[in-house]
Design a binder for this molecule. Structure first.
Ligand code: AHR
Length: 336
């Protein structure tokens, strides 16, 4: 593993030196010969990567942060890391500070989809390549970033909807669904909702009777589920956009004297260890996996780009789905 890290750093350094030679060295502004942001040139041995993280809102995020940090160390990068506490303005501040510090590359997981064009243009003008991980931006100008590495959130929503639709294909009456959405305006919240709706509209028995954000946190998931339970006595299904909100909701369901997984069928997204434990206890019926271990792919993409290689504009993460039984079987090997 160590070898791969050193090799990656060596490739990056070679890329930087080649690029510096091609540009006459010194300047770190402009684009490469493909019209893309060019790598910063310099004499430092290490690649400096600025990473603006969303926050620490969930178990998924903790695993993602750990993956970024350990992969950066493995690749021999000098990582500058910031936690935006789920606030876009904090992420923008962090990105601006990375631009000022003239890092070699910037990566971030945008808390929401919109409002990034100005700061992305600033990075482009400074000649610093930007890599999106986990979440996308809705910028029309895709030259503002090198690539987007992460899950297909619409497909995740479809998988949740498909399992539910199959489960209730012969339902006698209406199936009442409550939905705990992720952070308002975030790509996973928008896309998981859209994918789910696309599938369940094929089964007229499936009805979403309430839908509200739980901000991807356990505390909010619990709070919003409490209010759903007060307002609706006839909830059949909970669709939570992540495990943490489902876990908070389970506390609310149990406190209301109901059995999660039996009285209320629960579907969630992520597949973190705590989610798997709840699934293996029968409290979550179906989990759609969202892989947080994006660090190795990110470091590879940064190294490749700095070495002058072509990078795919979209790198999709491979993921699976788990019923309660499958989660129970997979639990002993679950890494995060
Ligand atoms: O963007 C990925 C999502 O963000 C995860 O599903 C959720 O748990 C996290 O907070």
């Amino acid at each position: 593993m160590k070898k791969a890290g050193k090799l990656g750093a060596a490739i990056a350094l070679t890329g930087l030196m080649l690029f510096a030679a091609a540009c006459g060295g010194g300047s770190n502004e402009g684009t490469n010969n493909k019209g893309e942001n060019k790598p910063a040139s310099g004499t430092d041995k290490k690649v400096t990567l600025g990473f603006a993280q969303v926050g620490a809102e969930s178990g998924w995020r903790t695993a993602n942060t750990e993956s970024i940090k350990s992969s950066a160390a493995e690749a021999g990068f000098d990582l500058k890391f910031s936690d935006a506490q789920q606030k876009q303005e904090n992420q923008i501040k962090a990105i601006r500070s990375y631009i000022q510090q003239k890092v070699d590359a910037i990566a971030f997981s945008p808390v929401v989809e919109s409002g990034w064009d100005t700061v992305l243009k600033e990075a482009k003008d400074a000649g610093i390549p930007v890599f999106l991980t986990d979440r996308a931006v809705d910028s029309k100008d895709t030259s503002l970033y090198v690539t987007f590495i992460g899950s297909d959130f619409v497909e995740e929503g479809r998988r949740a909807g498909q399992w539910l639709s199959d489960k209730f294909k012969d339902a006698d009456g209406d199936v009442n669904i409550v939905e705990l959405q992720g952070t308002t305006g975030s790509a996973p919240a928008i896309d998981r909702k859209a994918g789910f709706e696309e599938i369940i509209k094929g089964n007229s028995k499936l009805k979403v009777i309430a839908s509200q954000t739980g901000d991807f946190t356990r505390a909010k998931g619990k709070e919003v589920m409490q209010s759903f339970l007060k307002a609706h006595k006839d909830i059949d299904v909970l669709y939570a956009h992540n495990d943490d909100m489902a876990l908070g909701a389970i506390q609310a369901i149990e406190a209301a004297g109901l059995k999660p997984g039996e009285d209320i069928i629960i579907i969630s997204v992520d597949g973190v260890k705590d989610g798997f434990i709840a699934a293996s206890e029968g409290k979550i019926n179906f989990i759609v996996e969202c892989n947080p271990l994006l660090g190795p792919q990110l470091m590879q993409a940064v190294n490749d780009f700095l070495a002058g290689k072509e990078i795919d504009k979209r790198i999709v993460t491979e993921e699976g789905v788990f019923t309660s039984e499958e989660a129970k079987a997979a639990l002993p090997d679950r890494k995060y």
